[in-house]
Design a protein around this ligand. Sequence first.
Ligand SMILES: *Cc1c(COP(=O)(O)O)cnc(C)c1O
Length: 293
Amino acid sequence: MIIHRPVCTDTAHLIREIVSAVGARLMPVDLSDPEVIGRLITARARIVYLDTPTNPLNNILDIAAIAERAHAHGLMVAVDSTFATPALQRPLEHGADIVLHSLSKYINGHGDTVGGALLGKAAVIRQLREEAFRHRHETAISPQASFLILRGLNTLALRMDQHCNAAHALALTLEAHPYVAWVRYPFLDSHPDHEIARRQMSGGSGMLAFGLHKGAEGATAMTRRLRLIKSGGNLAEIGSFICGSARLTHARHLSLAGSEFCASLGEDFIRCSVGLEDAEDLVEDLLVALDFA
Ligand SMILES: *Cc1c(COP(=O)(O)O)cnc(C)c1O
């Protein structure tokens, strides 16, 4: 399994615990250069796995370019598209063979249940199901969770529009602020892969990554002053949440297995999951909180 590093912490944990237990070898690589696939390929290679956008750094990978290289060598491509959702990005249209979504995030969107989905050709999904049964990792989503997820799905497109608009407004506000050292949002022109983002996504989604010149200390001072944006690691919910690298790194230490597949975060790192509040209110909240000097 050729796997783009970093993947989300939960995925890193699963990969270590389950994938290696069934005898797969894992090869962490940087797929921002898709040519790496041709250079690293071995006779045992079967699949290329990636998240795009990545959690929490908002890196963007070129699905079409990766799929082209992978297919030329007879490999399948699996893409975790959780951060974008099908409203903003449809990896199958760019050549991916399997798409993964956490239903716990934007697709349900209300932060009140958990679930996941795999999409792809019927024959591939059938094979994966049979394999899961063989290894006793099959699970069923409860009727209540199914009800909540389907209810959320009805408003996915509307919610993603609002998440995107508010997050983009906040990203521009942050980028123009003298206390802000850096901002990573896929639809900012300053994002190194914003051209790829604009080609394969119809919006930048609701996740922001940024850092202040005053680092972790500044982040704590700012977070204390926020009124509307809440402090917490929650992600893709109705409300906006913010957390620093200490919190994300702590979560990772609780599941050390697989941490070599996670992103290394600077001390100044801040992640904000932008919710569905009024965009002007969010900008105001952030500007007041940033005025801590
Ligand atoms: C949160 C997340 C997951 C895991 O989803 P759960 O439903 O919490 O298991 C997987 N991939 C990405 C990109 C995520 O952000």
